[in-house]
Write a protein that binds this ligand. Structure first.
Ligand code: ZN
Length: 258
């Protein structure tokens, strides 16, 4: 019965990402938007929000230029700067939410570099990566449950085997998958920033800054994120296309200084 449910979930939930990758999205846009909005509300309650007018204006301006280019309506989006100097990060959520931590602004030193990060985050939303991630996790867990029930009936079950299977699914299915999301968001973000009139070469400088600021993180094979070096390689492989879009861009955003 569970197996039939899994197969029908696959069939009904198949879609194609902006770069042409087949993906599994089991949840409705509304459900994802609700989840995104709820998480965002919780973050706003828990974290201090930056009251720095200059910083807010600058981040707003960069994000708006990208949203407009993606044919999204900036007025419908909530863009919040969290006052977290030690967090070098940003995110975008279904439900039209963007969060930027002040720590990012030390690493993304120019508007073009900030646009590279925010463009990447918008890329995750445009490609429905959140939906795909929760859908795949759900299916993987259901698949594992079936496997474990099968093993149990054959008297082969052991805590070690369960742990090995669960860990294997994590490393074999979920991790490479997150990396596929990262490189896809990099590509979408790169082309989006270029179309919006931000210099796409700044994306490479940004990841070089990231390396200087925080090293390369955990070993790549165990990390959900590609190394900064492989990110730069991926970005470089789309740079000609991005530079052509940048040259064609109607205008170059002039955002107020931070
Ligand atoms: Zn990402």
């Amino acid at each position: 019965m569970l197996a039939i449910l899994l197969v029908s979930a696959f069939l009904s939930g198949c879609s194609v990402s902006p770069t042409g990758r087949n993906q599994l999205t089991l949840y409705s846009e509304d459900t994802m938007a609700q989840q995104g909005s709820q998480s965002f509300e919780e973050m706003k309650q828990q974290l201090p929000i930056s009251q720095d007018t200059k910083i807010n204006r600058n981040v707003q301006c960069v994000a708006e230029a990208l949203l407009k280019t993606a044919e999204l309506k900036p007025v419908e989006w909530e863009i919040v700067v969290f006052d977290q100097p030690d967090t070098v990060n940003a995110f975008a959520l279904p439900g039209r939410k963007i969060g930027v931590y002040t720590g990012l602004l030390d690493v993304a030193k120019t508007d073009d570099q900030l646009a590279a990060v925010v463009g990447h985050e918008i890329g995750h939303v445009l490609a429905h990566h959140g939906n795909e991630r929760v859908s795949t996790t759900m299916i993987t867990q259901a698949g594992l449950a079936i496997l474990l029930i099968g093993l149990q009936t054959q008297d082969m079950n052991s805590p070690e085997l369960t742990a090995a299977l669960t860990g294997g699914a994590q490393i074999g299915i979920i991790l490479p998958f997150s990396r596929a999301h990262e490189s896809e968001a990099d590509t979408i973000g790169l082309l989006l920033m270029a179309r919006a009139g931000f210099d796409p070469k700044a994306s490479v400088v940004l990841w070089q800054n990231m390396s200087q600021a925080g090293g390369d993180g955990p070993p790549q094979f165990l990390s959900t994120h590609p190394s900064n070096e492989s990110r730069i390689e991926g970005l470089e492989s789309h740079m000609d296309e991005a530079m052509a879009l940048y040259r064609e861009a109607a205008h170059h955003p002039q955002c107020p200084a931070r």
